[in-house]
Design a protein around this ligand. Structure first.
Ligand code: AKB
Length: 317
């Protein structure tokens, strides 16, 4: 990979992934694509090129790909699960009409493409514990429907046109830089902000609800490692299960309380978030990713908690 376009570069994943890619491939070789109203700021704006790039505008994508001689596109534009339930047509438009635009440009210009899938691509009929790589995918949310479609379309372009489409199924991502917006797993980020601010946390997800989660540094490594993986070893291309930790609200609360003994939490369950969470797996089996491209996370709940509290405290206090 020599020249990279990140679509959605100012979002939760994009803001950190763009900087990581710049540190690997060189600042001038990574273009931050953003939409009007979500302009890059600070280091993201100053360290390298940036272009307005709406994922649903194929001509804009093509113009940028040509201008910068792009050979890899990270397509991160998406609405998260809860907000997508409120705006299903927009979620589909961004997720799937946008994806087709990206894939068509990639086909014309022979680009690698990374478009994330999610644990949201599974549904209530999926085996919930140690969910296998290849299994039932009948999600009940528009987010999940668009993620299954993303996996299938990406596989289709790979098999039919030989495009190097690759992706992982992200768990809930936890980061101390850009907060998520409108996801079911957001509580696992919000809880750290409450702890650092010394506030009681009101948890929208019920006790005992397990979901897979991951610290952002591991998620970023997964993107880069999969995109750089030796194609001859890949059996799967899109929708790799990746996992590092699975916990319920009371467990992340206990992990934080170890370092913030005065921290308090109460529950006020959000019915939409809870019904989505109930339809998602408890934990994924990521052995295919481990075998095919040596996936291995570095953080567990305790090491992530220490790092989150330290970084957020330094920034917020
Ligand atoms: C969401 O909660 O919508 C996302 C996801 C797990 O894909 N964080």
């Amino acid at each position: 990979m020599k020249n990279i376009l990140v679509i959605g570069a100012t979002g939760q994943i994009g803001s950190e992934l763009t900087m990581k890619l710049r540190s690997i491939y060189g600042n001038d070789h990574v273009v931050a694509g953003y939409i009007v109203g979500a302009e890059p700021k600070g280091e993201l704006a100053e360290s390298g090129p940036a272009e307005v790039c709406d994922v649903t505008d194929g001509e804009a994508i093509e113009r940028i790909v040509t201008k910068y001689n792009i050979d890899a596109i990270y397509n991160l534009a998406a609405l998260l699960s809860v907000v997508a339930e409120h705006k299903p047509l927009l979620a589909w438009h961004i997720g799937i009409d946008g994806l087709i635009k990206v894939l068509e440009v990639a086909r014309q210009h022979n680009c690698f493409v990374f478009t994330p899938s999610s644990i949201g691509s599974f549904g209530p009929e999926t085996p919930a514990d140690q969910t296998p790589q290849d299994t039932i995918q009948r999600p009940r949310t528009i987010y999940g429907v668009s993620k299954v479609t993303t996996e299938l379309l990406s596989d289709y372009y790979h098999r039919k046109y030989g495009i190097e489409t690759r992706s992982v199924r992200f768990p809930g991502l936890i980061s101390n830089v850009t907060p998520p917006g409108g996801g079911t797993t957001d509580y696992a980020v919000d809880i750290y902000y409450s702890a650092v601010r010394g506030e009681k946390f009101v948890c929208p997800i019920a006790q005992g609800t397990y979901m897979d989660m991951m610290y952002m540094p591991d998620a970023l490594n997964a993107c880069v490692q999969l995109m750089e993986a030796d194609a001859s070893r890949l059996v799967h291309y899109n929708g790799f299960n990746i996992a590092s930790m699975s916990f319920a609200p009371e467990e992340i609360f206990a992990a934080i309380k170890k370092y913030r003994p005065a921290f308090e939490m109460e529950y006020n369950v959000d019915p939409l978030k809870q019904s989505i969470a109930n339809s998602w797996p408890n934990s994924l089996d990521d052995s295919a990713a481990r075998t095919e491209w040596d996936w291995k996370p570095s953080f567990d709940l305790d090491t992530m908690t220490q790092d989150m509290l330290e970084k957020l405290s330094a920034r917020l206090l």
